[in-house]
Design a protein around this ligand. Sequence first.
Ligand code: AMP
Length: 330
Amino acid sequence: MKQTVLSGIRSTGNLHLGNYFGAIRNFVRMQHEYNCYFFVADLHSLTTHPHPDNLHGNVRKVISEYLACGIDPDVATLYVQSDVPEISELYLLMNMNAYVGELERTTTFKDKIRKQPENVNAGLLTYPVLMATDIIIHKANKVPVGKDQEQNLEMARKFARRFNRIYEVDYFPEPEAFSFTGELIKIPGLDGSGKMGKSEGNAINLVDDPKIIRKKVMRAVTDAGPTELNQAPTEPIQNLFSLMEVVSETDTLNFFKEKYAACEIRYGDLKNQLAEDIIKFTTPIRDRILTIHDDDAYLKKVTKQGAEKARESASRTLREVREIIGFRSF
Ligand code: AMP
């Protein structure tokens, strides 16, 4: 039997290069080898974006972008999280066996408290429980994620194990983080440090047009230049090299690394080249996004078909979980 794979992306804005190289690239490859579920995490998005204005529009964006990246909805199950109400019920049940202390200690929670002190809601605290629920509701074995999600995935493993222990069953598999290269990656942002992220304001989106991409790359943080031969690149420069590593030819990357090592690098040239290579990579995806985004009939068909397939699997799990926990009907 094929192993099951699950992955999701929050619908809080456009997909960026970090999403693509950290997660989507792996799952596009996985869809033909595994039983794959991909979803748009619109319930998760309420933890940071609680207003109705952009909720639906953002789901449309992310679904179109997923499809444009090559997810085939006839092969994989592609759905919107809120179309599957079984997730919310299992989330409630999983919350009963999640402890406040362990949730308060997660890095993502601590980060969010710092970023939005005015809205430290309970959904933020239980974010890892919802994430675990998304995974275990399909009894997924593998989860293609970027490095930033490593700790949340560890929590999902813990919740799956705990459920099995409490109810003395061998029911949920322990999901593993997955990447074809064997290592989870982190795509850096253009601001010199940290990861590329939707809320960090340092991202290059797959839908950005060439003019915007050139502008963003040209504004990327650099340093005053190398001062010694063969010195290790500083973080902002290493970040530009890391982006080149995923979008440029190896020869191009090596050329600029050698120039850096010889103290002959011109950051303007490096940025120009990086911008052109990003544009070359994103242009076909962008063209497909723009076509799919306005195709109401297609998006309706895809999400309806996805919700039906996802609910079939989710309701089976929920029925069995209710049985294991001890709910009985009269
Ligand atoms: P998010 O955009 O936070 O919902 O993340 C969706 C997926 O993209 C998760 O699997 C993340 O690990 C991945 N991801 C997001 N940002 C990055 C990044 N900068 N580098 C690598 N993976 C990322």
